[in-house]
Unconditional design. Structure first.
Length: 292
């Protein structure tokens, strides 16, 4: 610390301390509750007894948790793949557009990104409404009469698809703008050399663009995995995890257990297992980022 000013660290200390408290305290509290017998009585009177890993044993020994886990993995994989592919395509398009069109597209992406989650979810509810929804009207106009009065939210696969479209639409702007910023840092000489050597567009992407932005792609994949896996408001507002359990992922499952059954201990255990699974899933990716 010799020779370094002390004031910058002192000035940011309250912000760092506040952020750490807001992040760590809920996690620590959930971890403690997950090890207790904590239900409605304990919420009102207090005095929750520690039962060790009994809540985790109850979860892991049941089939419902594993079904929700597999559904969460499938939900995360589908969304992340679509987000990365579409974001890459949009970023490559931005590089090739003229200034005016590029600014217009970037503005549209920024507006979509800035739209509040609940507002966007409500708009999607209107779009896919069975009788007056724009989507059904458009599909019927195109000659698909089977969608006349089609109830999207009464079918599990259809509801799942609508939620995927919603989450991808909300996520692509951030990833696309981030990748576009990365593309602008690649020297033009690398592309010129690749074209002189006879490289096609696909070969140039795999041999030049992807290696240059490997760390950025790893970062975006990591962030999107976290964002999609913990996605809750869109699912809850649109379907509340239904119909049946067709769109119940781990965060929704934890909330339903705590809200409906008042099993706050079991809900906290689901939340902690979700955090643990995400940490384990991202370790290898983060190691590649640090090592590259």
């Amino acid at each position: 610390m010799r020779g370094r000013p002390f004031w910058p660290y002192l000035l940011i200390a309250p912000t760092v301390a506040g952020g750490a408290f807001l992040l760590l305290y809920p996690v620590a509290k959930a971890a403690v509750i997950s090890l207790q017998h904590f239900r409605m009585g304990e919420l009102i009177k207090g005095g929750a007894a520690f039962i060790g890993f009994g809540n985790y044993a109850e979860l892991l020994s049941g089939d419902e948790f594993w079904a929700v886990l597999l559904r969460t993995v499938w939900w995360t994989a589908v969304n992340v793949v679509l987000i990365v592919v579409l974001s890459t395509a949009v970023a490559l398009l931005l590089v090739r557009l003229r200034r005016g069109m590029r600014l217009a597209l970037m503005s549209a992406l920024a507006l979509a990104w800035a739209t509040p989650i609940i507002a966007a979810t409500t708009v999607f509810q209107w779009l896919f409404q069975s009788e007056l929804g724009v989507v059904n009207w458009l599909l019927v106009t195109l000659g698909l009469d089977s969608f006349r009065g089609y109830t999207w939210f009464a079918d599990g696969d259809a509801t799942f698809a609508v939620l995927v479209v919603l989450v991808v639409w909300q996520s692509v702007p951030f990833a696309a703008l981030t990748l576009y910023a990365g593309l602008t840092t690649i020297p033009a000489e690398l592309y010129e050399s690749a074209r002189i050597d006879g490289g096609t567009g696909w070969q140039i992407f795999w041999q030049v663009t992807l290696p240059m932005l490997r760390t950025l792609f790893a970062l975006i994949v990591s962030l999107e995995v976290i964002w999609v896996a913990k996605c809750f408001p869109q699912i809850w507002v649109l379907s509340q995890g239904g119909p049946g359990d067709a769109t119940t992922t781990l965060p929704v499952y934890a909330f339903k257990i705590a809200r409906v059954l008042h099993r706050y201990d079991l809900g906290s255990a689901v939340a902690m297992l979700t955090v643990l699974i995400l940490v384990v899933a991202l370790i290898s990716n983060l190691r590649r980022m640090v090592g590259s």
